[in-house]
Design a protein around this ligand. Structure first.
Ligand code: PMP
Length: 396
């Protein structure tokens, strides 16, 4: 016997979503998430993963994960503050701090709960958070959870940021004011204007928080967007994920020793959720070691990004103003965008459509995430498929 009210609620809402074409059917991969993927027995060129450097299925990372699993076990067995801190976790945190050139770092089980935990550990209802309107959902949720007053700032609009920073700080209403932004925005591939943000932050004594989920491994020769601008000692929170370029799972904040000490006693996912698996921690360490020793994968990622952009541009597609390898192909109309993506898949290229409400109405796009793992032949095949589908659907 299950709840009648729950069943009515689920039935009604699921039906509504399905009738409006808003129910997201999940594709199941039958193997690794590499430059190719297999779905329903069909192999497709994969243009939709965040596995920027191809590390998700890299044999060097897998070896380290296996060795750490042998040594430490499959699970950490407890939360970090009871006895779930193993030497491999501390090794990872030292590695991240070194890579990010900060005093210390703390690792979380995911980027999402890192944002939830870190923002709410520092900000509270006496504070205000200025937040770029296109920030990731985990930032939005972390801000809400903190109880601070959230003030949306127009996307990458430095005049708006300055005006709102001035108003918030001069009102005397708030104890602390934070500005939080993605380092690289994943829908358009644009990069936060950190030099200007730092200037404004210094003028108004703002706390600065950069979520570099899509910048780590990609910008600053791999070390991220903050490093790209040489602002390591100017940004309070360098947050990042271990799930995208690093190829594994997890999140972190790098910053001063005081900040990290505080997060370790106040960030609730650190206190109340079991630590990263030892295997994941070891694989992350290997990824950072590889990125520190050589920019080979990083360089290949950028080369592939440039190649794809140039090719799509020549074909006559609108690829927006991305400053990173992220390559949106802006189609506009939502239905046409979805049809475009579906036809690409039928022709062997997996590139997801992204439409309202994730992006503004009328700016539907198929988003391409080139990686270091793609070969030129694969990218040529992607371009040929775009040409075929673009002509067929009158997009070019
Ligand atoms: N921040 C941003 C900007 C992201 O794009 C994502 C991932 N979608 C996250 C945080 C969450 O990271 P994770 O997937 O590691 O939980």
């Amino acid at each position: 016997m299950t709840s009648h009210k729950l069943n009515t609620f689920l039935e009604k809402n699921l039906t509504e979503l399905k009738e409006n074409g808003l129910y997201n059917e999940i594709d199941t991969l039958e193997g690794p998430n590499g430059s190719e993927i297999t779905i329903n027995g069909k192999t497709l060129i994969n243009m939709s993963s965040n596995n920027y450097l191809g590390f998700a299925n890299d044999s060097r990372l897998k070896e380290k994960a296996n060795a750490a699993t042998d040594k430490f076990g499959v699970g950490a067995g407890a939360v970090r503050t009871i006895n779930g801190t193993q030497s491999i976790h501390e090794e990872l945190e030292a590695k991240i701090a070194d890579f990010k050139q900060t005093e210390a770092s703390v690792a979380f089980q995911s980027g999402f709960n890192c944002n939830m935990g870190a923002i709410s550990a520092v900000m509270n209802k006496k504070d205000a958070i200025l937040s770029d309107e296109l920030n990731h959902a985990s930032i939005i949720d972390g801000c809400r959870l903190s109880g601070a007053k959230v003030i949306r700032v127009n996307h990458q609009d430095m005049d708006d940021l300055r005006a709102k920073a001035k108003e918030a700080t001069e009102s005397g209403q708030y104890e602390k004011v934070m500005y939080i932004t993605d380092g690289v925005f994943s829908m358009d591939g644009d990069v936060a204007n950190l030099p200007e943000i730092v200037k404004i932050a210094e003028e108004f004594d703002l706390i600065t928080y950069v979520d570099d989920a899509h910048g780590s491994g990609v910008m600053g020769k791999g070390a991220g967007t903050v490093k790209h601008f040489g602002l390591q000692d100017k940004i309070d929170f360098q947050m990042g994920t271990l799930s995208k370029a690093v190829g594994v799972v997890g999140g972190y904040v790098a910053g001063t020793q005081n900040l990290i000490d505080w997060l370790k006693v106040r960030a609730r996912p650190f206190l109340f959720s079991t630590s990263l698996t030892p295997g994941a921690a070891a694989a992350c360490i290997e990824a950072i070691d590889i990125m520190s020793a050589s920019t080979e994968e990083h360089d290949r990622l950028w080369e592939n990004g440039r190649y794809l952009k140039e090719g799509l541009n020549k074909l006559g597609f609108n690829i927006g103003n991305s400053e990173t390898p992220i390559t949106p192909c802006i189609i506009g109309d939502e239905k046409l965008t979805q049809k475009f993506s579906k036809r690409l898949t039928e022709e062997g290229v997996y590139a997801k459509s992204i439409v309202f409400p994730t992006v503004p109405r009328g700016t539907g796009r198929v988003r391409n995430m080139p990686s270091a793992a793609h070969t030129k032949e694969q990218l040529d095949q992607v371009l040929a498929t775009y040409k075929k589908v673009g002509l067929e659907l009158n997009v070019i």
